[in-house]
Design a protein around this ligand. Structure first.
Ligand code: ZN
Length: 263
């Protein structure tokens, strides 16, 4: 499996992806908003885009579909419940489905509601597993829930699915928000040395050559995986004085998500 992360350099800071089979040169384009960059990258590599995967229905993820279909005839794949939301969908996906690219790439579909209620992530089961996670999980952060999502559902996706993936899983999110997110982590946990070291290292990085984290790194620097940290809870109580003595992780997640919206 060959992964090409494409930095759009737009105001929303989107990442697009090409996932290709090294044997056949067939490629899957994930959320190819910047269709020109995606088509050019495929041409430069000698790849043929045969499928488009939309992680979810928001326009900054689907807006390149028409141009890529017109240029390549690629089929559009997305969550099966997105059929009324995404024009021209060819295949509706459910949890456990497999997306094949060429001969060598198999991606498992995870049904991951929360950012929207028809959001999928793709999990590659290779030597170094990889997760294409759209707007569900970001480096050091979590997707928002105010355009058709729900924070309790997002919490369930994090705790019941993402947290259980292999530690070495490489994280490929839909946006470059790492710097802002690390600042939020440090606002919540000022003594998080890993987050501070990462911010020192990555502040001002070229997103065209972005750092790729893993799930075990996210467990250290992503507040939304650190729901039982005493400092996260103590600091959260400053904002929400009614927080119980031992809040359950779901409550902590929902309150953190609320706080992140105002931050
Ligand atoms: Zn979105």
């Amino acid at each position: 499996m060959i992964v090409k992360q494409i930095w759009t350099a737009n105001a929303y800071r989107n990442f697009n992806y090409l996932v290709a089979c090294g044997e056949t040169g067939e490629a899957l384009a994930i959320d190819p908003l910047d269709h020109e960059k995606c088509l050019r990258a495929a041409r430069d590599e000698g790849w043929t885009i045969t499928q488009i995967l939309n992680t979810h229905e928001h326009h900054d993820h689907t807006g390149g579909n028409d141009a890529v279909v017109k240029a390549t005839g690629a089929k559009i794949l997305a969550h099966r419940n997105a059929v009324d939301k995404i024009d021209g969908m060819d295949r509706g996906l459910a949890a456990g489905d497999v997306v094949r690219v060429g001969k060598t790439v198999e991606l498992e579909v995870l049904d991951t509601p929360g950012h929207t209620m028809c959001h999928v992530c793709l999990l590659a089961h290779t030597d170094a597993p990889a997760l294409f996670c759209g707007d569900t999980l970001f480096n050091a952060g979590a997707g928002n829930c105010h355009n058709g999502g729900h924070p309790v559902e997002l919490y369930k996706t994090f705790s019941e699915q993402l947290a259980r993936l292999p530690a070495a899983t490489r994280i490929y999110p839909g946006h470059d928000y790492i710097e802002n997110n690390l600042r939020f982590t440090l606002d919540r946990e000022p003594d998080n040395a890993s987050a501070q070291a990462m911010l020192d290292r990555l502040a001002g990085q070229d997103p065209g050559k972005a750092y790729v984290s893993t799930l075990d790194v996210e467990r250290e620097v992503n507040t939304f995986f650190r729901l039982t940290s005493p400092m996260v809870i103590a600091k959260l109580r400053e904002a929400f004085p009614d927080l119980p003595e031992r809040p359950d992780p779901r409550t902590v997640f929902v309150k953190l998500r609320e706080l992140r919206n105002t931050w």
